[in-house]
Design a protein around this ligand. Structure first.
Ligand SMILES: *Cc1c(COP(=O)(O)O)cnc(C)c1O
Length: 342
């Protein structure tokens, strides 16, 4: 049976070029700083986002955690969006491992009101924790891959500057945001002191994320990565893929976004599906099946039996994600299958 996996862009497999690159990559012990391919990847990531330095980390979750630990002291408070990945999906690492408390802001499609952020920054008072960091997510995963408007980032940045607070970007999909805005990723990164982005999602690498920022921050991050058990050895094999992810894969994201549009418009023509096209900015689609009178869990099970994989989200939403291993032909096939399901 033909299987089309629309659960996430994390399911992408390496490109032919990546497989070839892995074979020939010069490697060394990266904990000693001896892996030339990792060093090349880190320099490339820093240059691409126009920051001083970068560090290769095994996962985005570790990248975010290291950033929080490096920017804050235990007992401080961080400000982040209520539906952010850090708050919802990182097993409370921020509280357990970084020892910080979360002050959440209910965003509008993931967009935090700068005024509300400013009002949430703690005054000096013996009863209060100290605010230590503001985190932003772009694109916003739970909001269905929506892009955060540049003006909003600018306003958040001025709030942060006024209060001498660092800003961290959970930019797991920041290259998708850049493609959607038709700008360079460094224009988004400019508002932040640190940025995490994933090589392992739409950019196609089998693993890995980058944490990017200033010299001192990355030095500190290296120590924290070691502490968390993320110091890796001959990992140039993987970094060779990461280099190709940054150099070649952002082009692919354009195709993924086009495919998401085709899929969304196709779903809107089927009975019982509804997608708000204004909210499909990148490669993630939250499709409502409210009118089908079936739970999303059940519908996703039915789809799975026919070889179309998606993730249920809440009672009546299903999440579909386009990526390099799903072609336009696959999208049309998936639509035909979904049409046939009750
Ligand atoms: C996937 C993702 C992460 C973390 O990635 P892992 O590599 O799976 O740990 C962080 N933030 C967002 C918004 C993500 O989508």
């Amino acid at each position: 049976m033909k299987v089309i996996d629309l659960r996430s862009d994390t399911v992408t497999t390496p490109t032919e070029d990546m497989y070839k690159g892995m074979q020939g990559a010069p490697i060394g012990d990266d904990v000693y700083g001896d892996d030339p391919t990792v060093n090349k990847l880190e320099a490339l990531a820093a240059k691409t986002l126009d920051k001083e330095d970068a560090i290769f980390v095994p996962t985005g979750t570790m990248g975010n955690l290291i950033a929080i630990m490096a920017h804050t002291q235990p007992g401080e408070e961080i400000i982040l969006e209520r539906n952010s990945h850090i708050f919802l999906y990182e097993a409370a690492g921020a509280s357990r491992l970084a020892g910080v408390q979360s002050m959440t802001i209910e965003g509008n499609d993931g967009i935090m009101d700068p005024k509300e952020v400013e009002d949430s920054i703690r005054d000096e008072n013996i009863h209060f924790p100290t605010t230590g960091l503001i985190c932003v997510e772009n694109t916003h995963n739970m909001a269905g891959g929506m892009v955060q408007p540049m003006e909003n980032l600018q306003q958040l940045k001025s709030v942060a500057s006024r209060h001498h607070l660092p800003m961290h970007l959970d930019g797991a999909r920041v290259f998708n945001a850049a493609v959607a805005l038709n700008c360079e990723a460094k224009e988004i990164a400019a508002y932040f002191d640190s940025i995490m982005f994933c090589l392992s999602k739409g950019l196609g690498s089998p693993m890995g994320s980058m944490l990017v920022g200033g010299h001192d921050f990355i030095y500190h991050a290296r120590k924290l990565r070691k502490m968390l058990g993320g110091g890796m050895r001959q990992v140039g094999v993987m970094a060779s893929c990461g280099i190709l992810s940054i150099q070649e894969m952002p082009e692919q994201l354009k195709v993924d976004h086009e495919n998401a549009q085709i899929l969304s418009k196709g779903l809107n023509k089927l009975s019982g599906f509804s997608v708000n096209l204004e909210k499909v900015h990148t490669n993630i689609i939250n499709a409502s099946i409210k009118d089908k009178n079936i739970s999303s869990d059940c519908f996703v099970e039915k789809m799975k039996k026919k070889g179309i994989l998606a993730n249920p989200r809440g009672k009546d939403l299903i999440r579909l994600v386009t990526h390099k291993d799903v072609t336009q032909e696959d999208i049309h096939y998936a639509l035909t299958v979904m049409e046939s399901l009750e």
